[in-house]
Write a protein that binds this ligand. Structure first.
Ligand code: NAD
Length: 512
């Protein structure tokens, strides 16, 4: 299958010959009209070029849109249960290839193998769930206000959809978007993040091998600045779904509004975990480690603020620091490693910059804060797990998304104070509280301004059949996961069938 070709040349700095991947447009693997390429490097060892991809331009986007537009005319007429069977088959293929795709993902973005296996599994779970939706996609049938008249609402596909995805969940997030869009009868163009195109190719390869018709799914790789605009502005694209930073979300949302596209934005977070005096501390510390340092802190749901009631503050702080210091940082392909590298140099620089900011603001750096660059870490973007204590709620490290292994400990007086601190930010994605008091747990569930709240679990770990998304600057009101995704990728049509054989005027001809 012509998904890739060997270059025949050695890319600078490597000893292996990386594969060159082409765009996937109208069922064909094609080179970009730009003639330019870019490298996908391993952040744990930047000498390795994992693969080479097309640096696409507007012409490539236009070709993909045209293919998707033509394909829509056929795909929308395929019965939804048949469309769903294709999604089911793709999920079965992902199961067979789970290990291979997890390894590719660790090589291209660094997170440890058990997490990349989880990423592929999330795509599989999403596929199974959405395949079931093919036989549901329920709409209401409802009584008419007039006699001899039938009323119902049906879901219809929107048309051509564009998906723009980040690098931190490079298979799960494309699956949240592509699977429901396809089941609903849309055709798609996906632009993966420039750091992780391989995982999207692997995902789309499963769809291709499952038999997706030509033009129904298209992949265009490249940089957000060059093809993001053409994708979000193209008049034939009827919906755009972005997962990424709040800054890019603002740009995409503004551009999409000009042509009245449906627009789903899943953006940044600064997620709080509250630990009250009555909490199970062993459990809370375990959760904090996983929430703050899992995926090297590069989750939109990462625990980045730990709000501690004063009675347990000291013990929690000391025990967390001891555990954070002991975490094994390294290449995620090593099964004993607990935390991988930052995804790229720029993210590492951001992380280190925030360490400086925290120091200058007067927060107490208790562990970490440094780049790791000796021995096994020499060629990667590694950093120590970092804990700041005595952080004030208003400091920049307590307010801004860092997206790295840097966590802030903030003291609080009790539940009310904790919730005020938790809500005192622009974001509202995930949140957590550790307490054994059911009254406090329910009050927190009600009062935390977030799209997700966990009780006695960290801020990460969403399941695919529940709504996923956030409030405030984290999004624009849509949800991925579960039925919310079908809501986004369909339009409602109200249908009235009048079998009275006479003109009946709603609101006017009222039966006695
Ligand atoms: P990013 O915003 O830099 O990039 C996201 C995607 O947008 C990439 O594909 C990028 O190429 C593209 N892009 C960049 N500029 C664009 C433009 N002008 N027009 C159109 N597209 C453009 O984000 P990232 O660094 O890839 O990911 C990290 C961010 O994503 C964090 O802020 C994180 O919180 C967020 N995120 C949110 C969720 C969520 O569900 N809420 C999930 C994962 C990640």
């Amino acid at each position: 299958m012509p998904t890739e070709v060997l270059t025949g040349t050695t890319v600078a700095g490597t000893t292996t010959r990386p594969k060159i991947f082409r765009n996937f447009i109208d069922g064909e693997w094609v080179e970009s009209r730009s003639g330019d390429l870019f490298e996908d490097r391993n952040p744990a060892d930047t000498r390795e070029v994992v693969a080479v991809f097309q640096k696409s331009n507007k012409e490539d986007v236009d070709a993909a849109v045209e293919a998707a537009r033509r394909a829509f005319e056929r795909w929308r007429l395929v019965p939804a249960p048949r469309r769903a069977e294709l999604v089911y088959r793709a999920s079965e293929i992902l199961i067979e290839r789970k290990e291979e795709y997890a390894r590719d993902m660790t090589r291209e973005m660094g997170k440890v193998l058990k997490e990349t296996r989880g990423d592929v599994q999330e795509a599989i779970d999403t596929g199974y769930y959405m395949a079931g939706e093919g036989r549901r996609m329920f709409g209401p049938t409802t009584p008419s206000e007039l006699p001899n008249k039938f009323a119902m609402a049906v879901r219809q596909p929107i048309g051509v959809c564009a998906m723009i995805t980040p690098w931190n969940f490079p298979m799960a997030i494309p699956s949240w978007k592509l699977f429901p869009a396809l089941v609903a009868g849309n055709t798609c163009i996906i632009k993966p993040a420039q750091d992780t195109p391989l995982s999207t190719f692997n995902f789309v390869r499963a769809l291709v091998d499952a038999g997706v018709p030509k033009g129904v799914v298209n992949v265009v790789t490249g940089f957000g600045s060059a093809i993001g605009g053409p994708l979000t502005e193209h008049p034939s694209i009827r919906a755009v779904s972005l997962t990424g930073s709040t800054e890019v979300g603002r740009t995409v949302g503004t551009a999409a509004a000009k042509t009245f596209k449906h627009c789903s934005l899943e953006l940044g977070g600064k997620n709080p975990m509250i630990v009250l005096d009555d909490a199970n501390l062993d459990l809370a510390i375990e959760g904090a480690l996983w929430g703050a340092f899992g995926t090297t802190g590069q989750r939109c749901t990462a625990t980045s603020r730990i709000i501690l009631q004063k009675g347990i503050y000291g013990e929690f702080r000391d025990r967390l620091v001891e555990r954070a210091r002991a975490l094994k940082v390294g290449n995620g392909l090593d099964e004993t490693v607990e935390m991988g590298p930052a995804v790229n140099e720029s993210q590492l620089k951001t992380d280190l910059h925030y360490v400086e900011i925290g120091r200058n603001e007067g927060a107490k750096l208790l562990c970490g804060g440094n780049r790791l660059s000796q021995g096994e870490h020499e060629f990667g973007w590694f950093m120590e797990p970092t804990v700041f204590a005595d952080v004030d709620r208003g400091m920049r490290i307590a307010q801004e998304e860092i997206f790295g292994p840097v966590v802030s400990l903030i003291p609080c007086d009790g539940l009310e104070d904790a919730v005020e601190i938790a809500n005192g930010i622009q974001y509202g994605l995930s949140s957590a509280i550790y307490t054994r008091d059911v009254n406090k747990a329910f009050a927190a569930m009600r009062d935390l301004e977030a799209g997700i709240t966990y009780i006695n679990a960290p801020t990460i770990g969403a399941e695919v059949h529940l709504p996923f998304g956030g409030v405030k600057a984290t999004g624009n009101g849509h949800r991925e996961g579960g039925i919310g995704a079908i809501d986004f990728y369909t339009e409602w049509k109200a249908v009235y069938v009048d079998y009275s054989d006479r003109l009946q005027r709603a609101q006017i001809d009222r039966p006695e």
